[in-house]
Write a protein that binds this ligand. Structure first.
Ligand SMILES: [Fe+2]
Ligand SMILES: [Fe+2]
Length: 283
């Protein structure tokens, strides 16, 4: 379904009303790690590498903002699936985490000497409803896709980036994102644990999940792996600032699917390995 574009400027603005105080309280209470007092110093780095890093954080700001809409909608689907209260609350927390991540990206852009302004399409793409499925199946499918698959790849890429990058301010701000993304990546496996009895009692629902995964693995490969490309030799400045290498990012996608997502799902009696091997678009 196509959604009408809504082009606006995202700028991480905080209102001058009591809402800002309420938001500050939330931010403080739910932060998993503090930020250090380091500041970004562009001088040691090549100008082009710094501009490429700014662009990466601009893109990240839009993506984080969009992730909020995904988890906010998924919270409604969890309500329709009559999920446990904690699962619904944590899903809402995850939506809120992504809003904080948007603010973090805006902070980074300002720290890097540019305005935190990103022209973005702020239209909310509706979450898949998987017509004909039960509310339970619908929620399970979208939880697996968004967390066990998509967020797990984000976690692996942040870990890899932190392994290499040296610039202290950007390391600190990347660590702040990773601290939350770990929960986001694990959410689906916790959710499946909570639904294990349901899955054991409803083998037909498990078979439906396996069929869905054949399609979902193909979709996520197109969305996140990127096309095969020749490996690019990054400069030491690009590495220090956390700029990714496309072929390495692609490798991380496959390693995450094969060594984390698939075995993680198989623990719940879902034959995800077969779905992965047979992945293709289904009608
Ligand atoms: Fe995020
Ligand atoms: Fe996330």
């Amino acid at each position: 379904m196509s959604v009408e574009r809504i082009d606006r400027v995202l700028n991480g603005e905080i209102s001058d009303t009591p809402l800002s105080k309420e938001y500050a309280t939330l931010r403080e209470q739910l932060a998993r790690c503090g930020t250090s007092t380091t500041v970004f110093d562009p001088k040691p780095f090549d100008k082009r590498a710094v501009e490429a890093a700014r662009e990466m954080w601009r893109i990240r700001m839009e993506v984080e903002h969009r992730s909020t809409t995904v988890f906010a909608q998924l919270a409604s689907q969890l309500m329709e699936a009559n999920a446990s209260l904690d699962a619904k609350a944590v899903m809402l927390r995850m939506a809120y985490d992504e809003m904080r991540h948007t603010e973090n990206c805006a902070d980074v852009l300002r720290a890097m000497g540019v305005e935190a302004k990103v022209e973005a399409n702020v239209a909310c793409a509706p979450l898949a409803v998987h017509k004909g499925c039960t509310p339970e199946q619908r929620a399970l499918r979208n939880v697996i896709y968004t967390t066990c698959m998509s967020e797990m790849v984000a976690v692996a890429r942040f870990v890899d980036s932190l392994d290499e990058m040296q610039e202290p301010y950007l390391r600190d701000r990347t660590r702040l994102l990773l601290a939350d993304e770990i929960l986001h990546g694990q959410f689906g496996f916790h959710y499946l644990t909570a639904w294990k009895d349901y899955l054991d009692a409803n083998p037909d629902e498990v078979r439906l999940l396996e069929r869905y995964l054949v399609h979902a693995f193909s979709v996520i490969e197109d969305m996140l792996a990127g096309p095969p490309a020749r490996r690019i030799e990054r400069t030491k400045d690009e590495i220090a600032l956390g700029l990714p290498e496309p072929e390495r990012s692609r490798d991380i996608f496959f390693q995450t699917m094969e060594h984390a997502t698939v075995p993680g799902l198989e623990r719940f009696g879902i034959d995800a390995g077969k779905s992965w091997r047979e992945r293709r678009r289904l009608a």
